[in-house]
Design a protein around this ligand. Structure first.
Ligand code: GCU
Length: 331
């Protein structure tokens, strides 16, 4: 098992070899890609990536191996993406919220109430806009390989939130995403950026009053043990994203690139069905075994508060405006 310290040492060594121009001589045709993520091994996204790794092996006659490191053992999401960017780590599973701090192109996928239905969301991600966003960050040292469904994100807290008024002055954990911070501020609450792995203790100790995520977080990360109210306001639909270091990608043969692209796409299709089931199971477990109350709300009140974000993101660049207009047209 590689630790974060060993990984950094290994990365520095291989960068040095690459710099000396002798990397190809030691690597031969067999490659191993290390992939870091912060979810548990029971999470449907972890399972999808395992399927991808098995399929890649089969498609490449065992010459391309993906080693998956779950539970943030190689660092939290931000640290993992930084290592990927630097070419020290090959791959990371993150999400479009975390990536916003690395490239504003990801702001689009953080706009609240942008997608009107699951079908609308699927159409956009599987279409040209989704493909453009996967490729857009190549100049920043990494590129998207595929998306995984992560459902809709809603608020959950240690006290009931029935309308935006109940969020006034509440401390809400967010991912370190400028749009998530702005969204929580527009609700009148106080955003607290924290790594996912630090959230359970923060909720338990009252450092924050609540957070926002999909219902699986209640069960896989056990947040339902400490936050007993889940508000179904479904403000965003932010995809999980698998990214690869640009250096690692360019270092793969065309056959390896094709195998990875194909296996990743297949795992995304399988994960979509698995996600639906996992999400329903999480709601049932949270309700029946953890005593979490699910609160139906009038989403319009939440949507109205966050409307300025759509305008702000549209003003970011002509491309962002065009994407938003296209997404609205396809609703
Ligand atoms: C989702 C996502 C994680 C992310 C988490 C978060 O659960 O799958 O990768 O870390 O949101 O809120 O931080």
């Amino acid at each position: 098992m590689t630790t974060r310290r060993e990984l950094c040492a290994w990365g520095a060594g291989s960068l040095l070899l690459a710099g000396l121009g002798i990397r190809g001589a030691v690597a031969a045709d067999t490659r191993t890609l290390r992939l870091s993520h912060n979810l548990t091994t029971a999470h449907p996204v972890h399972r999808a990536m395992q399927q991808m790794a098995e399929r890649v092996l089969a498609l490449t006659d065992d010459t391309l191996k993906i080693e998956i490191y779950p539970n943030a053992q190689l660092g939290n999401q931000r640290e993992s993406v930084e290592l990927v960017q630097a070419g020290i780590l090959d791959m990371a599973k993150t999400n479009a919220s975390e990536l916003e701090a690395f490239d504003p192109v990801f702001s689009l996928l953080n706009v609240p109430y942008l997608f009107e239905s699951d079908e609308h969301y699927d159409r956009i991600l599987e279409g040209e806009i989704g493909r453009d966003i996967l490729a857009a960050s190549a100049g920043r040292g990494f590129r998207g390989v595929t998306y995984y469904d992560s459902g809709a994100r809603s608020f959950y807290a240690t006290r009931p939130i029935e309308s935006p008024t109940d969020l006034k002055n509440a401390k809400i954990r967010v991912q370190p995403s400028p749009t998530a911070i702005e969204m929580v501020e527009l609700m009148g609450a106080s955003p607290t950026p924290l790594a996912f792995g630090d959230l359970y203790t923060a909720l338990q100790q009252g450092v924050v009053d609540g957070a926002e995520n999909n219902p699986t977080a209640l069960v896989t990360a056990r947040h339902g043990e400490v936050a007993k109210y889940f508000t179904l306001d479904e403000h965003t639909r932010i995809p999980d994203m698998l990214v690869i270091s640009e250096a690692s990608w360019q270092g793969l043969s065309e056959a390896h690139q094709d195998a990875l692209t194909r296996a990743a796409a297949e795992s995304t299709s399988t994960q979509k069905a698995a996600w639906q089931r996992a999400s329903e199971d999480a709601v049932a477990t949270a309700k029946n075994e953890m005593g979490v109350e699910f609160i139906e709300v009038d989403k319009r009140a939440f949507a109205e508060r966050t409307r300025p974000i759509r305008d702000r993101v549209a003003a970011q660049s002509p491309r962002a405006r065009q994407w938003i207009e296209e997404i609205e047209a396809q609703a």
